[in-house]
Design a protein around this ligand. Structure first.
Ligand code: GTP
Length: 411
């Protein structure tokens, strides 16, 4: 590989998005749904289902088929009933966002957008071997595209019959991290092929299997919505216009963040969810520094794939949202706090760390929180959910659970 290429293959530069005036974002942006999932899980089945459904939308599809014989990708536009089928070709390498790939994707999207008056949504199917994050980063941030397309959501299709096997095979996630990454980055997880688990869903054994699979998925990513399906026949409200990254649709995010606290702990997967709850208003600049330490400097040994959260910001009546995909993050005001509302900060990280790193992270987090959250003269107790109390973060004897709601009591 050439030096230049190496440079291009590096992760995107860390970019902080400054507060956006939401009113300046055009409302007619075209949503892009990234569809990812393990080989054979049902991605194409989902796309075919969407294209053939009666939703009245005109949808473009960019396919990133990747294989030795194929090695090419195609973009198709389904112009709906009576519309012509237009094909374009897009070169996307296997999950790596080198300059060429980025350029090709941006070019393909630009071509599609030029037809915007006839286009309602874009589906981007990644190869079953891809890490969806680089694509998501391009879509979320690309300057050329920012005003014309928006990342709507990342949908991960999983195969109910083979999921456990696939995850167990790659349990340490170093041999094939993509299997975990695809789940970790998802906003929506389709647990497909439930018919192969059994024909009879009313059978308690079968619901146990499916529930266990859902638990397994939640252990990796407690923020994603999970829906079961046969042949990806899902309610398309969950796919088209889901707006997972849209601060204006904060109610959904808040619901997810609340639910994510109740996830049980588990220690055998290195990709997991980590939650922080804090009641005091925070200093937004300190939170940014803290977040940059974690996301950019990789301090505390945590490799964060995804972060979502809501913040109660000091000197602001607005609930702010945090979204991060890898190194890229944004903190934006989303809505006014209601008077009776409990202004609680909730931040959820989905990432990878060894058990001992988690222990360190918990200690570091306490230290970070002590210097991050404003107006905290001293912190008396850190209550670690379901475990023993920790004083000033110094006493962490057990492995930190997968989901760690931290509650700081302040005196
Ligand atoms: N029984 C059953 N088969 C399914 C279901 N969904 C998809 N399939 C079948 O599974 C196979 C793989 O589905 P695809 O949609 O091609 O999967 P994919 O993820 O696009 O596959 P790759 O592009 O190779 O990664 C096909 O034969 C589908 O017909 C389902 O819910 N139940």
């Amino acid at each position: 590989m050439q030096d230049d290429d190496d440079e291009e293959e590096n992760p995107p530069l860390a970019v902080q998005i400054h507060q956006i005036d939401e009113s300046s974002i055009p409302q007619d942006t075209v949503g892009v749904t990234v569809i990812t999932g393990y080989l054979g899980s049902g991605k194409s089945t989902l796309i075919n289902f969407i294209l053939s459904a009666q939703h009245g939308k005109k949808i473009a599809v960019i396919l990133n088929e990747f294989g030795e014989e194929i090695g090419v990708e195609r973009a198709m536009i389904n112009e709906g009933d009576g519309g012509a089928l237009v094909e374009e070709w897009v070169e996307l390498a296997n999950g790596c966002v080198c300059c060429t790939v980025k350029h090709s994707l941006v070019q393909a999207l630009e071509q599609l957008i030029q037809r915007k008056e006839r286009l309602d949504h874009i589906l981007l199917e990644t190869t079953g071997l891809a890490d969806p994050a680089p694509l998501a980063s391009i879509l979320w941030l690309d300057d050329q595209l920012e005003s014309a397309v928006r990342l709507d959501s990342i949908v991960t299709v999983t195969d109910a019959k083979n999921l456990r096997l696939q995850l167990n095979e790659h349990r340490d996630s170093s041999t094939f991290p993509e299997a975990f990454l695809q789940i970790a980055f998802a906003d929506m997880i389709i647990l497909n092929k439930v018919d192969l688990v059994s024909q009879d869903e009313s059978d308690p054994m079968v619901s146990d299997i499916l529930e266990d699979l859902e638990k397994e998925l939640r252990n990796i990513n407690s923020l994603a919505k999970i829906i079961r399906s046969v042949r990806c026949q899902v309610d398309l409200c969950n796919i088209l216009d889901y707006r997972a990254y849209d601060a204006k649709h904060v109610a959904h995010l808040e619901g997810l963040l609340k639910e994510s606290q109740s996830v049980s702990s588990r220690h055998d997967s290195s990709v997991r969810t980590f939650c922080i709850c804090e009641q005091k208003q925070v200093d937004i600049n300190k939170v940014k520094l803290w977040l940059e330490d974690i996301l950019w400097e990789k301090k505390y040994n945590m490799d964060v794939y995804r972060c979502k959260g809501v913040l109660a910001v000091h000197n602001s009546d607005q609930l702010h949202t945090i979204q991060a995909v890898r190194e890229i993050y944004e903190i934006v005001p989303a809505r006014r706090w209601k008077q009776e509302e409990n202004q609680m900060n909730r931040i959820v990280f989905i990432g990878k760390a060894s058990d001992s790193d988690y222990r360190h992270l918990s200690i570091f987090t306490v230290e970070i929180l002590m210097r991050t959250f404003s107006g905290i003269p001293s912190m008396s107790v850190l209550h670690q959910h379901g475990k023993k109390s920790i004083f000033n973060g110094r006493e962490v004897e057990k492995i930190v659970p997968m989901c760690l709601p931290l509650v700081l009591s302040v005196t």
